[in-house]
Design a protein around this ligand. Structure first.
Ligand code: G6P
Ligand code: ZN
Length: 542
């Protein structure tokens, strides 16, 4: 039996870069999650009798909202829901399930790399039938709907057991609880040369994977330890916890520092990696070298043909605008296109669907390919392992050779977190206001060649996305990019992306921040960060 519950709109349900993200106490307000889920159902077309995939990263509130989603799906007329056992389903695995079982779409409950717990973050995101995040056209429609919503439908059935694999019913709708790892692991076996990786590991190659007490634990245990033979203990923090053990499940040099230190230490593992809350991000570290996400994309693209899935070559590469231009150089050499998109994985969807790009990557620790429509943390790790196994060289050797061949794009991102929204907007507006006057101006050895507010013209559907970040390009190929984060849940975060290109191999072992010193000073000079935000230093440098 289902009922229609009257409700009134909340005025803060605008989806951000990746769905609706709020603090848990916001989500637990009566009707809050229900309003948003109903707004999704009201905005995605006719799904009567169709299948919806549901899962999440296991964070606090995951199970409750999964039960609500199941009951609302039944009341709204879905024919079937497929739910990950225990409510667990990594974002890339969800994308795979939607595609493989031709679902109408999926609801992923996650706030990605943000902390979890009763006072931390939660999120709801809708993915469409291609397995990718809903495009802006749909998220805008959902937002418009949240402003008008006056009722939602929900079944009065009892909770479904999420822990036992099998099928049951909620009213007329079928509920299938499935093993969240099996289909994903099978896909990875199809893409990569597991035999080569297995024998590389058997011959003594040591890996360490930090699942950060988040969703990839069960996936990494099964794939790296059970199927590829890495010794027990190779996967750290493998049990998904509702509060991620009190940590930020964000694989970067700040939050995955323990892994980084272990891999860099004398006698440390040959290769280390970490993934985030919902399993779509990755950080990779070779013994002796941290590999920036931008370099990782470029190196993976240059070597992808060594893995079975990509042996026929790449159709193209795509990177988000703030991601370094290292991949562009690889694309040029391969004679393929390199697309520059706004930040946000959803912008890659059309390029992947149209077979214009095969590999995609973002500076925000995201890498992926056309195998799903999300970025994929473990996929990136496995592609690296495949390349390392086939080349038989260390990650450090591979990285050095790559720089020698293509030049090195020194790269860093400076984040100013939790600044006042007004100050942040003021800073961006002021920059926008002076863009036209910048070309030709000089600062130390830098001369501005071009300055603009990045606008993306989607080559597939012709849509235009404006105001996607301010780019200042210098004559020597260096760049400074300013952007406000679209994923925060309190205040604003200013991101400053710095890139310096160095073709000379004798200058490839320098300290990154030192090579960027002039650009850092320029960023302060042109944007008046200290004066406008009261901050004299970034909160996070990656
Ligand atoms: C999420 C998206 C990524 C995007 C990132 C940017 O992780 O999935 O595609 O790159 O957010 O976050 P920001 O905080 O910079 O908007
Ligand atoms: Zn994520």
């Amino acid at each position: 039996m289902s009922v229609t519950i009257p409700t009134t709109p909340f005025n803060d349900q605008k989806p951000g870069t990746s769905g609706l993200r709020k603090k848990v106490p916001v989500f637990t307000q009566p009707h809050y999650a229900e309003n948003f889920i109903q707004a999704i159902f009201d905005s995605i077309g006719d799904f009567k009798g169709k299948t919806l995939v549901i899962g999440g990263d296991g964070r606090y509130l995951n199970r409750e909202v999964i039960q609500t989603t199941i009951k609302m799906a039944a009341a709204n007329g879905f024919g079937k829901v497929m739910v990950g056992q225990g409510g667990i389903l990594s974002t890339p695995a969800a994308s795979n399930m939607i595609r493989k079982y031709q679902a109408f779409g999926g609801i992923i409950l996650s706030a990605s790399h943000n902390p979890g717990g009763p006072n931390e973050d939660f999120g709801i995101k809708y993915n469409t039938a291609n397995g990718g995040p809903a495009p802006e056209k749909i998220t805008d429609a959902i937002y418009e709907r949240t402003k008008l919503i006056d009722r939602y439908r929900i079944s009065e059935a009892d909770d479904v057991s999420l822990d036992a694999i099998g099928t049951s019913k909620v009213d007329d709708m079928e509920v299938e609880v499935f093993d969240p790892v099996a289909d994903y692991a099978e896909l990875m076996e199809q893409l990569f040369d597991f035999d080569a990786i297995r024998s590389h590991i058997a011959s003594g190659f040591r890996i360490s994977f930090d699942a950060m007490s988040a969703v990839t634990g069960p996936y990494a245990k099964e794939i790296l330890e059970n199927r590829l033979g890495a010794p027990e203990g190779s996967v750290l923090n493998f049990e998904p916890l509702e509060d991620f053990g009190g940590h930020h499940p964000d694989p970067n040099l700040v939050h995955a520092k323990a892994l980084y230190d272990a891999v860099m230490s004398d006698g440390g593992p040959d290769f280390g990696a970490a993934s985030d809350g919902d399993g779509d991000r990755n950080m990779v570290v070779g013994h002796g070298v941290f590999i920036t996400p931008s370099d990782s994309l470029a190196i993976l693209a240059a070597n992808a043909h060594l893995a079975p899935a990509y042996k026929g070559g790449l159709a193209g590469i795509a990177r988000s605008m703030p991601t370094s231009q290292a991949a562009d150089r690889v694309a040029e050499k391969l004679g393929i296109d390199c697309y520059e998109t706004p930040t946000g994985w959803k912008f890659f969807g059309n390029l992947l669907d149209a077979s214009k790009a095969t590999l995609c990557g973002e500076e925000s620790f995201g890498t992926g390919s056309n195998h799903v429509r999300e970025k994929d943390g473990l996929w990136a790790v496995l592609l690296w392992l495949n390349i390392l196994a086939v080349r038989g060289e260390s990650a450090l050797e591979i990285v050095r050779k790559h720089w020698a061949e293509y030049g090195r794009n020194y790269y860093s991102r400076h984040d100013y977190e939790g600044i006042e929204t007004e100050a942040a907007n003021g800073l961006m507006d002021a920059l926008r206001g002076k863009l036209e006057t910048l070309p030709g101006t000089t600062f130390r050895d830098l001369t501005v060649a071009e300055a603009d507010d990045f606008a993306y013209h989607d080559p597939v559907d012709g849509s235009i996305s404006r105001k996607q970040g301010i780019r200042i390009l210098f004559e020597n190929g260096s760049r400074v990019v300013f952007r406000l984060s679209g994923t925060g849940t309190s205040g604003a975060t200013l991101r400053v992306y710095l890139e310096h290109y160095e073709p000379d191999p004798t200058r490839h072992e320098e300290e990154t921040q030192e090579t960027l010193a002039d650009l850092i000073a320029y960023a302060e000079h042109v944007a008046e960060i200290a004066k406008r935000t009261g901050r004299t230093a970034p909160t996070v440098i990656t």
